[in-house]
Design a protein around this ligand. Structure first.
Ligand SMILES: *Cc1c(COP(=O)(O)O)cnc(C)c1O
Length: 333
């Protein structure tokens, strides 16, 4: 594995911090030390995990001569916010297709990421019903742009193809190096598992560096079996792209679906508790859709003994806090 060979723009110019969560560790009984990798502090408007992936996606787009980006996400998509942000930086146009996964959830004048779409000058927003074929919907927008003389490049939802997932292979490599410098032995890593690029990239990176740190993914929408299958397929494609020759066993992909609740983006009691705990003990903002549910998962797994025998557990904070401002009533009531 030699990631320097793969084209990227260089959006990530320094490692994100790895910080101890002293207060959370104490609150959870003090037997395990919890740590956090602060990818919420990545560059790009308001930070978050998509920057690492888009570093590679935009390199591919620009190499192909694109002048316009088309991508998709949910109505409060962090991925759409960050894709737009990097398009702005690259002086490219950006068009968004938003899937209204929860009926009635699209608010044209909504706050959070939706507000930022407008502030950063999105070129168009197309809202489609939940369950739409997103690849086809994006292709329709791209076809229209071609007719207008543009050269569009489509980035899939979450930038979760083998190109984007390479960003998280790089994150795993960066993490392993930081742990070496800190003389810190991490026994387990917890990541949110959504469109799968983050989870898959981390698994490939841990394999490629032979660091052997187990990873648990906390689902935000799908059932366990389906998510594990999707992550593992992306693991295989990404491993091939980055040059990890040996096959990666399906058992290396572990998911938990107990913290999804009624579905994607729908608040749960445990998410609300986790967001409040993190804000009031560590002054760290989580988000209601991804990192909040993943943190709820880590807290429950800690309380139920899943990490017994581990000295140090690392949580990957993937960002998303702008979405909090679209959910204020959920936390104020
Ligand atoms: C997209 C996203 C995730 C999930 O990452 P995937 O690579 O899509 O699995 C987690 N947290 C936040 C804040 C996100 O925006």
């Amino acid at each position: 594995m030699n990631l320097a060979r793969l084209p990227r723009r260089g959006y990530v110019d320094a490692p994100t911090p790895i910080e101890p969560l002293f207060h959370l560790s104490e609150l959870l009984g003090g037997r395990v030390n919890f740590w956090m990798k602060r990818d919420d502090l990545l560059p790009g408007c308001a930070g978050g995990n998509k920057t690492r992936k888009l570093d590679y996606s935009f390199a591919d787009a620009i190499a192909g001569g694109a002048d316009t980006i088309v991508t998709c996400g949910a109505v409060q998509s962090n991925h759409c916010r960050l894709t737009l942000a990097w398009a702005v930086k690259e002086k490219m146009d950006c068009h968004l297709v938003l899937e209204e996964r929860v009926k009635g959830s699209y608010k044209p004048d909504g706050s959070g990421n939706n507000f930022l779409f407008h502030l950063m000058g999105v070129k168009s927003i197309t809202v489609v019903p939940g369950g739409s074929a997103m690849a086809q919907e994006m292709q329709k927008v791209a076809d229209r742009l071609v007719d207008e003389g543009r050269t569009p490049y489509i980035i899939p939802g979450g930038a979760s193809n083998s190109i984007g997932a390479t960003g998280y292979v790089a994150c795993a490599q960066e993490t392993v190096q930081q742990l070496y410098e800190k003389k810190l032995v991490i026994d387990h890593i917890v990541v949110p598992s959504g469109s799968a690029g983050t989870h898959a990239g981390m698994v490939v990176g841990m394999e490629g560096t032979s660091a052997n740190i187990p990873i648990s993914g906390i689902n935000v929408s799908r059932r366990r079996e389906l998510q594990e299958k999707i992550v593992h397929e992306l693991v295989a494609a990404t491993a091939e792209r980055v040059g990890v020759a040996r096959p990666i066993a399906a058992e290396k992909v572990r998911c938990f679906d107990e913290y999804v609740g009624e579905g994607y983006s729908l608040p749960t009691e445990s998410m609300i508790e986790a967001v409040k705990i993190m804000a009031s003990t560590e002054a760290i903002l989580m988000d209601p859709v991804y990192s909040g549910k993943a943190m709820a998962g880590m807290i429950d797994l800690a309380r139920t003994g899943y990490f017994d025998g581990c000295a140090n557990v690392l949580f990957l904070h993937t960002g998303g806090s702008p979405a909090l401002y679209a959910y204020t009533p959920t936390f104020m009531s």
